[in-house]
Design a protein around this ligand. Sequence first.
Ligand code: AHG
Ligand code: MN
Ligand code: MN
Length: 334
Amino acid sequence: MIGTATLTQFNIHQQRKFSATRGELTLLLDDVARACKSISHAVNQGALSGTLGASESSNVQGEVQKQLDLICDELFTDALIWTGHLAAMASEEVDDIIAIPQQYPKGKYLICFDPLDGSSNIDVNLSVGTIFSILRCPDGVETPTAVDFMQPGTRQVCAGFCIYGPATILVLTSGAGVNGFTLDHDVGEFILTHPQIKIPEDTAEFAINVSNQRYWEQPVQRYVDECMQGVQGVREKNFNMRWIASMVAEVYRILTRGGIFMYPVDNKEPLMPGRLRLMYEANPMSFIIEQAGGMASTGRQRIMEILPDDIHQRIPVMMGSKHEVERIVSYHTK
Ligand code: AHG
Ligand code: MN
Ligand code: MN
């Protein structure tokens, strides 16, 4: 099936295997894929569209929004809000949840999304992406509120991200492994190119923003120190380091060749429990990483078991090759 199955064909095959599903998720994923194609096009236009650079607004987290953050948020929302598959949406770029307007039917799913991850990379022409997490709307809830989104990551029905790099690749899991689909721009379809992705359990590559080193907690200091000591240290091997400042690019690299990605809690801003957001960054990426045989933790807890208390909640993140994440978790418990 590699190189021939489109995303829709693949999802219909999956749907037939699991007779409990009735095709609504396949239709929703088609709409998500269409949204990602529009975003891919907008990102590819670069300076031609005159949309590089910052906008005049900030999001709920006080971050200045790029013009493309807002454009991609609108593209994703517009592609999904009318479809009848969703009961409500939540975006990194919007303070409150996004209700489905009266004129459209409501569906049984909730979606949380980061329309443009790594957007600091836009102006320097490096990889960015879109991340999403699909939850079920609780039974009997007609008009969901933020409380209905407060479900642990273990309840995700499906999660995915689309990376806009040299190639546009959509990576998905619905709990039966992880598959990657490359956008064939000529045909306009995502084609299965990376079936059943597995992360190597061991690695010699780590990713962390070392400029924050002086603010890290002791277990993270220890882990990174030991990697830096290379063959002379306790790890007895040399490590390599990468930092792209784009979680989608880091996670895609880890899915391809292994590694560990960390954005730990630090005391730079003592009131901020980490940098990344649980609902639309950490949870979907954790679902993908675990389904590919890796591990995802805050250092003290499995990310997907956290009971959220806010749609924009932040948490520490350590994810990737299983044996490395196990090691750093053990440093937290010792
Ligand atoms: P976003 O662009 O959606 O705000 O996310 C950026 C995130 C993540 O993708 C990346 O790993 C991290 O922030 C980069 O942080 P630094 O600026 O500290 O490098
Ligand atoms: Mn992001
Ligand atoms: Mn973003």
